[in-house]
Design a protein around this ligand. Structure first.
Ligand SMILES: *[C@@H]1O[C@H](CO)[C@@H](O)[C@H](O)[C@H]1NC(C)=O
Ligand SMILES: *[C@@H]1O[C@H](CO)[C@@H](O)[C@H](O)[C@H]1NC(C)=O
Ligand SMILES: *[C@@H]1O[C@H](CO)[C@@H](O)[C@H](O)[C@H]1NC(C)=O
Length: 398
């Protein structure tokens, strides 16, 4: 059963101030399900999110927030699938959704395939059409209707959906042929000018929408072997630029959280060109982000708890909240990830967590299973969404 005695709390979280039947807290569960839960979020009560007391203040409520990641939602072409995905998030109290706001291509895809920016012709082209940013428009609109807050990311370090390598393939230069070295992208005048154009195209569309929780500079930016000043300087410059376009929304980096004081294991080192604490000091970055993939990083699952705590301590010291923005494993999802969730909600300055990644049923079947996916109506979901939601409600003192 998805809903247990915790339901009234979920309902309160989801329905917010439009929740007249909160007296219903004492009603039998059966009478609460259905229509009330599908009640529309009252978008007119939404406001720009802020940070406060090392937490997110979302529509006037400052507390710990759960959420998840969906890279695919911006690329779906069926509106009903987008709506049903947001309805699922709303019903389950998953308040934050992190999405890809980029989709860069070097060759124009087949008709009907979504892409946002093309480097196929003689000039880069931002696709504002029906198979372009209009898909993102729909995602934002549906999020508004369901009261979900979005983190929208501008570029990928990885080559999925183009990424930094797509820019460099077009602009050329020393690293253009080496997709495994992004260092040139951060300092290329042409690449940065185009990246800023792209940022402006996205930000200007959603500047006034309170459903945007934050703009995110990149997905997992790394610059292996580079001095940490490369990413620091780029992040300083870009975050300032985003704030100049839109002073009302939060801005964050989207990094994995590498490079901070710790046990000296690989993720704590600075070899990927990232200095977590230094970057967190950038004035225009409102909160920190960090990810957790022990298997790819050659550390133990249990090590992850210390990783969460180290970031909490660094964020508290910086006076900014931090989001445990991605975490995943390919096996034993519940056993492995539940301890990380418990650590996160008990660690000062950790403001929320987003598991990687959301899995739902759509009109064309289940969404992508990358091994990490947590599907609705599964035992994993019960553990990592329902049980976690109960623990969060207790922690928030609801
Ligand atoms: C939600 O409210 C914002 C303004 O606060 C408005 O721009 C937007 O159109 C509204 N969205 C919906 C779906 O009504
Ligand atoms: C992400 O960036 C790092 C550093 O440049 C690089 O090692 C890694 O391969 C990148 N990923 C891809 C696929 O570009
Ligand atoms: C990537 O290129 C930069 C600049 O040329 C260099 O400093 C860095 O060491 C390179 N990284 C790798 C992994 O080769």
């Amino acid at each position: 059963m998805k809903f247990n005695q915790f339901l009234p709390l979920v309902a309160a979280l989801v329905l917010g101030s439009s929740c007249a039947p909160l007296e219903g807290v004492h009603l039998p569960i059966a009478q609460q399900a259905g229509s009330q839960l599908h009640k529309r979020f009252d978008n007119s009560t939404a406001s720009f999110a802020k940070t406060a007391n090392l937490q997110f203040d979302i529509d006037g409520a400052s507390k710990y927030y759960p959420g998840t990641n969906s890279y695919w939602i911006s690329f779906m072409t069926n509106d009903a699938d987008v709506d049903s995905t947001f309805a699922t998030l709303q019903e389950n109290g998953l308040k934050i959704l992190r999405i890809w706001g980029f989709n860069d291509v070097n060759e124009k895809p087949q008709e009907g395939t979504v892409y946002f920016q093309s480097f196929a012709g003689s000039e880069p082209v931002i696709n504002t059409g029906a198979d372009g940013l209009e898909r993102l428009d729909y995602v934002v609109k549906s999020a508004e209707k369901h009261g979900i807050k979005l983190i929208i990311n501008f570029v990928n370090n990885w080559t999925d959906y183009g990424g930094m390598a797509a820019y460099m393939k077009f602009f050329g230069g020393a690293q253009s042929a080496d997709a495994s070295n992004n260092s040139a992208w951060y300092t290329s005048t042409e690449a940065q000018a185009q990246y800023k154009k792209y940022i402006e195209a996205v930000v200007s569309r959603f500047k006034t929408s309170p459903t945007v929780l934050a703009w995110e500079l990149a997905n997992e930016p790394r610059c292996k072997g580079c001095d940490t000043s490369v990413i620091f300087n780029w992040a300083s410059e870009t975050s300032k630029y985003v704030k100049s376009l839109d002073p009302n929304h939060l801005v964050t980096l989207g990094d994995e959280g590498f490079g901070l004081e710790g046990d000296g294991s690989y993720p704590y080192t600075y070899g990927e060109g990232v200095d977590f604490v230094k970057n967190l000091g950038i004035k225009e970055l409102d909160f920190g982000t960090f990810h957790l993939y022990p298997k790819s990083w050659g550390v133990s699952n249990d090590w992850g708890n210390g990783w969460v705590e180290s970031h909490g301590a660094a964020c508290a010291a910086a006076g900014k909240p931090c989001l445990f923005e991605e975490y995943g494993t390919e096996t034993d999802h519940c056993t492995v990830e539940q301890p990380w969730q418990k650590t996160a909600i008990n660690t000062k300055a950790i403001a929320g967590d987003l598991f990687w990644q959301l899995g739902v049923d759509t009109s064309t079947g289940k969404t992508h299973d990358d091994g990490n996916t947590i599907y609705t109506n599964s035992e994993d979901w019960k553990c990592l969404v329902d049980n976690h939601g109960e623990a969060i409600a207790q922690r928030n003192g609801a």
